[in-house]
Design a protein around this ligand. Structure first.
Ligand code: UDP
Length: 384
């Protein structure tokens, strides 16, 4: 799929329009925010492979240069260290907005202070700047600056302001915008499996809310920019995903179990281990994201593998695949942990012609070498 770029704002030295690639396909210029992260870097690999020009924006909070280093020197690849909570101007055709710490360890324990009024001011400037009197503008800014609220978690800030900045960019340059939302918008679901039509059961004041509500707000902003400013948008709701390049110690269950089994430590099962998740291999997700971006449907679309496992079953699979002598240790569960989660993917199957291909038992072995090598390097680095 290709789209025409119209650019009201010209950037010095940039060229409007795209360079033809081969016969019948134009090279697409793509931004991937969070492109040095686990999912982002796999997406970048595939976009580069099909001949796109890719700009990665990453602040390296959870992303790693090592994930994209193999593209250094490739003229189609650019890497920018930048935090999406600050605006940026680039000229591209497509924006994949992935930037956001997604693991509970990172999103719960990285408090920052910010001012919510800035969010409102940005929204207002985007939508209503023209035709508003200067006097009203000043009153508006003063009013909201007086109403100073502190948000004590950067995930909300990343989700809301980061999404807002990227939507603003998409609007200015006429780019297509894809939001990577999450199955967490369903909270602790009362409907099972979850369809996209389900509105969710989210605790708005809990420790996970910064992530869940942040993503819900990001979805709202995305649809408002679509309805109000005609931005061409796509929304993916991503279910638990695993694969090579996952952060080793980010607290996700798959990375924890795999790393623990390799390190010969007991696998930590939280609660009674009967809660369920559905795990998708990262290449399936990347295929789904690209099908969504290049297709004609806004979404939201569930992108996940419907194969559902309890955490105890997952531990058994890790034992089979990595170390039959691995043991289990029970630990107290965290607050607001969803009891079950499984995507209904009929909509993606029908409209995107997409479904995951790699079951858990085939996918887990594909991440073991990467984990072993990194754990080995870490140990050597510590002088062990
Ligand atoms: N979990 C676990 N042991 C761990 C890490 C997580 O049993 O070492 C559980 C956690 O309580 C949750 C499930 O695994 O029920 C999935 O957790 P994860 O953080 O991977 O994903 P999310 O909760 O965001 O779906």
């Amino acid at each position: 799929h290709t789209s025409t770029v119209t650019t009201p704002y010209r950037i010095a030295g940039s060229v409007t329009g795209r360079v033809p690639v081969g016969i019948g396909r134009k090279r697409t210029r793509v931004v991937v925010t969070g492109g040095a992260g686990f999912v982002g870097s796999h997406l970048v690999d595939k976009l580069i492979k099909r001949g796109d020009d890719v700009i990665v924006i990453d602040n390296f909070f959870t992303g790693r240069k090592e994930n994209v280093m193999h593209h250094f020197g490739n003229h189609r690849f650019e890497l920018i260290r930048h935090d999406v909570v600050e605006p940026i101007l680039l000229e591209v055709d497509q924006i994949y907005h992935l930037a956001c710490p997604a693991s509970p360890v990172h999103y719960k324990y990285n408090p920052v202070k910010t001012i919510i009024s800035f969010v409102y001011i940005s929204i207002w400037i985007e939508f209503d700047y023209e035709g508003t009197s200067d006097m009203f503008k000043c009153c508006f800014i003063i009013f909201f600056n007086l109403d100073v609220l502190e948000i004590l978690n950067c995930d909300y800030k990343t989700n809301v302001m980061g999404t807002l900045n990227m939507l603003g960019l998409a609007k200015r340059i006429g780019a297509k915008f894809l939001l990577t939302s999450t199955s967490e918008v369903y909270g602790d679901p009362l409907e099972h499996p979850q369809k996209e039509t389900y509105w969710g059961n989210v605790n708005p004041i809990g420790v996970r809310s910064c992530y869940d509500e942040g993503k819900r707000t990001a979805e709202t902003l995305t649809m408002d920019y679509h309805r109000g400013a005609d931005v061409e948008v796509r929304i993916a709701r991503i279910f638990n995903t695993y694969g090579p390049r996952m952060c080793l110690d980010d607290g996700r269950v798959v990375s924890n179990f795999v790393a623990q089994a390799i390190r010969k430590q007991p696998m930590t099962v939280y609660g009674d281990g009967k809660q369920t998740r559905s795990f998708q291999y990262v290449s399936d997700l990347v295929d789904g994201l690209m099908a969504l971006m290049d297709g004609d449907h806004i979404g939201p679309f569930n992108l996940g593998n419907p194969g559902e496992f309890t955490m105890l079953e997952l531990a058994e699979v890790v034992k089979e695949v990595i170390d039959p002598s691995a043991t289990i240790e029970f630990k107290a569960n965290t607050a607001d942990d969803p009891h079950k989660r499984k995507p209904d993917i009929s909509k993606a199957k029908e409209l995107l012609n997409w479904e995951p291909k790699i079951p858990l038992r085939d996918g887990l072995p594909l991440m073991v070498n990467d984990f072993r090598n990194r754990i080995l390097n870490e140990d050597e680095g510590k002088g062990n």
